[in-house]
Design a protein around this ligand. Structure first.
Ligand code: CTP
Ligand code: ZN
Length: 145
């Protein structure tokens, strides 16, 4: 399948196959977004076998937000498009502090009972290990808000 190039916006390429929709969720893009959003799943890639691609038109996001994609796909690359040209390209990086996108997997954690924004600290990248600021436990698996 061919998906056309975009004029302005963001292309997130080399997403681990199967994760395009989670990427949209992480970025807070849902049906209320008014511009075109294209998701390409299981695109064939020589480098990585199969990959997903997400194209979000007319949207600017800061690097901090885009870096959250690394939680599910370390291999993702962000391309900023202006007037059809790739004007910036970078690999996502796992941040040391992850704020507000994940839920603590400890049911007793105060962050699951009070209106606070969640916060986790990165303890290991591979495998990914995150410690909750509130209950100080390592979380088991990633649950997105
Ligand atoms: N792209 C797009 N619209 C544009 C320019 C690029 O949708 N106006 C998309 C391309 O389809 C590709 C990604 O943005 O998925 C990166 O573009 P480019 O750097 O030109 O491609 P590659 O060189 O293949 O990228 P890489 O080296 O990162 O694999
Ligand atoms: Zn917790």
């Amino acid at each position: 399948m061919k998906v056309s190039k975009i004029r302005n916006g963001i292309v997130i390429d080399h997403i681990l196959a199967g994760n395009a929709l989670t990427v949209l969720k992480i970025l807070g893009i849902d049906s209320s977004y008014e511009n075109t959003v294209s998701t390409i799943m299981n695109s064939k890639s020589e480098k990585v076998g199969k990959k997903d691609i997400v194209k979000i038109e007319n949207r600017e996001l800061d690097k901090k937000e885009l870096d959250m994609i690394s939680l599910i796909s370390d291999s993702a690359t962000v391309n900023i498009i202006k007037n059809y040209e790739v004007i910036e390209k970078y690999d996502v990086e796992i941040p040391d502090v992850i704020e507000n996108v994940l839920i603590c997997t400890n049911p007793g954690c105060v962050s699951n009972h009070e209106l606070v924004s969640t916060r986790f600290y990165l303890e290991s990248k591979t495998p990914i290990k995150l410690r909750c600021h509130y209950c100080e436990r390592l979380i088991s698996g990633l649950k997105f808000k």
